[in-house]
Design a protein around this ligand. Structure first.
Ligand code: GLP
Length: 242
């Protein structure tokens, strides 16, 4: 696992955008795995800037990590809506190459199978962006999720519901379930870049990087990945001992 410490959020976002830009320049038909939440907003702003300066997304395919269950893609708190607002609507990606789980799918099991099959049919993910929850979840894989899990319908932990309430009118409106790529689906990605900023993530980052590899700390599994980089701002790196 490689650790890069950026001086602030803007630098963290630029470093991540550099890795994505380099990948797309080398491989114009790259398959990207994308994340939502507050953390990658700056990365997406950087990618939009780079697109304006010539970075071509026309052959890029994307798969998002997760989506709320029970929200239609047009719902302003859905991850589909977020992705179009922050990135897809501002770059030249083709709509058919954009993939997220369908939060309104009538048959959740079938939807999970469809999503895993689609990732496999695209040849797998070249580079997966991750954020991290303050309980060290990745995607929506909460503490206790088996490391062998693939895309599934998962229950959100109370801490996650609380943390994500800021995107909804009321806490009661936060869906209690979500589709999430599993830990195994994430570990299959050829490279992984986890972003974390702010003091609120410092404990989760330290547990993920320096603690034991355990299903109680989902992000700790990344210690076992052959090509994983953590890009942290100084506040998120504060509890690392080296
Ligand atoms: C959310 C998402 C994760 C995200 C994490 C951190 O619940 N499902 O994919 O990485 O929590 O969110 P934020 O970046 O807003 O702190």
């Amino acid at each position: 696992m490689q650790i890069k410490i950026a001086k602030d959020y803007a630098e963290m976002s630029r470093l991540a955008a550099d890795m994505i830009s380099r990948l797309i320049e080398d491989r114009p038909d790259a398959v990207l795995g994308l994340a939502t939440g507050s953390t990658p907003v700056g990365l997406y702003e950087e990618l939009v800037k780079r697109h304006k300066a010539g970075l071509d997304f026309s052959r890029v395919t994307t798969f998002n990590l997760d989506e709320y269950y029970g929200l239609h893609g047009e719902h302003p708190a859905s991850y589909n809506y977020y992705m179009w607002e922050h990135l897809f609507g501002k770059i030249n990606i083709s709509q058919e190459k954009v993939n997220l789980p369908n939060g309104a799918a009538p048959d959740p099991e079938e939807e999970c199978r469809r999503y895993e099959d689609k990732i496999a049919a695209a040849g797998g993910i070249d580079l997966q962006i991750l954020g991290i929850g303050s309980n060290a979840h990745i995607g929506f894989n909460e503490p206790g999720t088996p490391f062998g899990s693939v895309t599934s319908l998962v229950k959100l932990a109370p801490a996650t519901i609380q943390a994500n309430a800021r995107f909804f009118e009321r806490e009661e409106d936060v869906p209690r379930k979500a589709f999430s790529m599993g830990i195994k689906s994430i570990m299959r990605c050829r490279s992984i870049v986890l972003l974390a900023n702010g003091e609120g993530k410092a404990d989760a980052v330290a547990a993920a990087v320096q603690g034991p590899v355990t299903e109680e700390v989902p992000a700790s599994v990344l210690q076992l990945h052959p090509n994983c980089t953590f890009i942290l701002d100084e506040a998120a790196a504060k509890k690392l001992s080296c």
